[in-house]
Design a binder for this molecule. Structure first.
Ligand code: FE
Ligand code: FE
Ligand code: ZN
Length: 277
């Protein structure tokens, strides 16, 4: 079965996201842990979570993907911003204990000209301070397009971060198809080659989720502009190969395409129609 979902608004709670997901044919979803621009998170409502967990079990939901706010930059130059990142990260992981055993994805960060090595140190430091043995969530580093001074544009950078994390068992990767294509991994003409490289550098077992997006700009553009499925430079044929690839086909696929709910419903229907099995 294709495990598919999209990004949903958390503002009306978990049960509402579960209902929305079901209404568009999804069995997972992604949500921001708080306002994407940062700020304080609402307390999770126990009754709402309870209702959602029941719904998720009855409908055989796949793992959910929580996404950290975009403002979280573990390797900011400003110490107060790094401190905010550590606190936010730990607070998110603590709150996610109420929806246990899911995934928490974040953008590794932008080193803002301090250099990649310094950035990687700060990112690992944040994870080591925030992630505790009792956390049931798996932390995912997202592969990035490489715009500006983004870290995570190469599999080597992702690997270097994981190498410095103490609780490695709790670490994984979310591969964003738009980002890796923009960063220069040719998933259109050489998907097998890219996945072999991922396996050699990081280890394919670390791959826990896919952000399924087409890309407005071309290969190696480093632009990071998501397109609707089949309407960008990756195209439906390559995306069909991605969702059916033996190493990927059982992972949760999350759409972050420019759509409202009805647009997502159509994309999900299209993807199910080209999924074998
Ligand atoms: Fe992201
Ligand atoms: Fe993404
Ligand atoms: Zn993106």
């Amino acid at each position: 079965m294709l495990n598919i979902g999209c990004h949903l608004s958390v503002s009306k709670g978990f049960k509402n996201m579960g209902d929305e997901a079901i209404s568009i044919g999804a069995n997972t979803f992604q949500f921001f842990t708080r306002n994407p621009r940062g700020g304080k998170a609402k307390d999770l409502d126990e009754k709402d979570i309870e209702a959602f967990l029941k719904l998720a079990e009855e409908n055989k939901f796949a793992k959910l993907l929580a996404h950290a706010p975009y403002t979280l930059n573990a390797c900011a130059a400003d110490e107060s911003k790094r401190e905010f990142a550590i606190q936010t990260f730990e607070d998110d992981l603590n709150r996610l204990q109420k929806v246990p055993n899911n995934l928490y994805n974040f953008h590794p960060g932008s080193h803002v000209k301090q250099g990649v090595d310094v950035g990687i140190e700060y990112i690992a430091d944040m994870i080591n301070k925030a992630l505790k043995p009792e956390h049931t969530t798996t932390v995912l580093l997202e592969t990035m397009a490489g715009k500006g001074t983004e870290i995570g544009r190469s599999f080597e950078e992702i690997r270097a971060i994981i190498d410095k994390v103490e609780l490695k068992d709790k670490m994984g990767v979310c591969l964003d198809t738009c980002h890796v294509f923009d960063a220069g991994y040719d998933i259109v003409n050489d998907l097998d080659g890219v996945l072999e490289e991922f396996d050699r550098v990081i280890g394919i077992d670390r791959l826990k989720a896919i952000h399924l997006n087409d890309s407005v700009h071309g290969f190696e553009s480093k632009k990071d502009r998501h397109a609707k499925i089949g309407e960008g430079k990756i195209g439906l044929e390559a995306i069909t190969r991605i969702i059916n690839h033996p190493k990927l086909r059982n992972l949760p696929f999350l759409l972050e395409t420019p759509n409202e709910l009805d647009g997502y419903a159509k994309e999900i229907e299209l993807l199910k129609s080209v999924y074998n099995g």
